[in-house]
Write a protein that binds this ligand. Structure first.
Ligand code: G3P
Ligand code: CA
Length: 247
C-alpha cells in the first residue's frame, strides 16, 4: 500500500488549522506529509493562512494582503467548532512560512505548499516561495500546488515539473494532457473526481501522481486507499492512518 497520508492544514480537527500546533500534531500522528496555504502580507511576509478575507478565521475585517506582518501577529485565530475543546486556545497565532518550514525541516515529511493566489494574484510570489524553500535546503521535501494553473506553469519553470501540482474542483477529462501542457507531474483533484472510471490507473500509466482532497469520512478514505491514490489529503490523518493499517 503506497498511498501516503497528508494532513490538510495540519491535524486541523484537533488544533486550529494552519497553526504550528496543528502541524506538530500531524507529525505526532504519523502523517507522511502536511498541506498548508500560503499568502503574502502588505509588507511582503509569506504567511500561512487559508482565507484571503480575515473575517472567518480572526473576526477582523480586511484581507491578508492589506495587513502588515506586525498587524497579523496581533490577531488571534478563532477555533472552529470542530477543534478539540481542550486544544482551542493552545495556539492561535498565524505562522510565517519560515516558521512552518523550520518545524518541518526536522522531519522527512512532504510539505505540500498551496499558493493561495487565485483571487489575489500576488505577483512574484512563486519566486519568493521557491527562494524561501531553497533557503531552508528543503527543495526535495516540497510540492507546490495551486488552483491558479498559470501560476503553476510559472512555478514549474522555476522549481521543476516534479515539484508542481494543479488543484482542481471538478471532474476533468484526460487530465494528463492538461497536466503536460501546464508542466506538472501531479494532480490534486477533489474527491468527486474519483468517480471518473479508471482515473487513478490511467494517470499512473501516464506518469501522473494523484493526490486527492479532502477525504475525512471513512468511506472516502477507503475509496482513496482502494484506488491506490498517491496521497490522501485529510483533516483527520490519525484516522486515515488507522484505516490504512487495516487494508
Ligand atoms: O490541497 C487541497 C485543498 O487544500 C484545496 O482546497 O480550500 O482547502 O485550500 P482548500
Ligand atoms: Ca489548501
Amino acid at each position: 500500500m503506497h498511498t501516503t497520508i497528508w494532513a490538510h492544514r495540519g491535524s486541523s480537527h484537533q488544533y486550529i488549522e494552519n497553526t504550528l500546533a496543528a502541524f506538530k500534531q500531524a507529525i505526532d500522528d504519523g502523517s507522511d506529509g502536511i498541506e498548508l496555504d500560503v499568502q503574502r502580507t502588505k509588507d511582503g511576509k509569506l504567511v500561512v493562512i487559508h482565507d484571503e478575507n480575515l473575517k472567518r478565521l480572526t473576526g477582523d475585517t480586511g484581507f491578508v494582503w492589506e495587513k502588515t506582518w506586525k498587524e497579523l501577529q496581533q490577531l488571534s485565530l478563532k477555533p472552529s467548532k470542530i477543534v478539540s475543546a481542550s486544544n482551542k486556545s493552545i495556539d492561535t497565532a498565524i505562522p510565517s512560512l519560515e516558521a512552518v518550514l523550520q518545524l518541518m525541516k526536522e522531519t522527512h515529511l512532504t510539505v505540500n505548499i498551496e499558493l493561495k493566489n487565485s483571487i489575489q494574484f500576488y505577483t512574484g510570489m512563486e519566486e519568493e516561495v521557491w527562494a524561501c524553500v531553497q533557503s531552508f535546503g528543503m527543495a526535495d521535501q516540497v510540492l507546490f500546488s495551486s488552483f491558479n494553473h498559470q501560476s503553476m506553469h510559472h512555478m514549474s519553470a522555476l522549481a521543476g515539473v516534479d515539484r508542481c501540482a494543479i488543484l482542481t474542483s471538478d471532474i476533468h477529462y484526460e487530465p494528463w494532457n492538461y497536466a503536460e501542457a501546464i508542466g506538472v507531474k501531479s494532480i490534486h483533484p477533489a474527491l468527486n473526481s474519483l468517480q471518473q472510471r479508471n482515473l487513478v490507473q490511467n494517470c499512473h500509466e501516464k506518469g501522473l501522481k494523484v493526490h486527492v482532497w479532502t477525504a475525512d469520512e471513512e468511506a472516502h478514505i477507503y475509496a482513496g486507499l482502494l484506488l491506490e491514490v498517491d496521497a490522501i489529503i485529510t483533516n483527520v490523518p490519525k484516522k486515515a492512518i488507522a484505516l490504512k493499517k487495516q487494508i
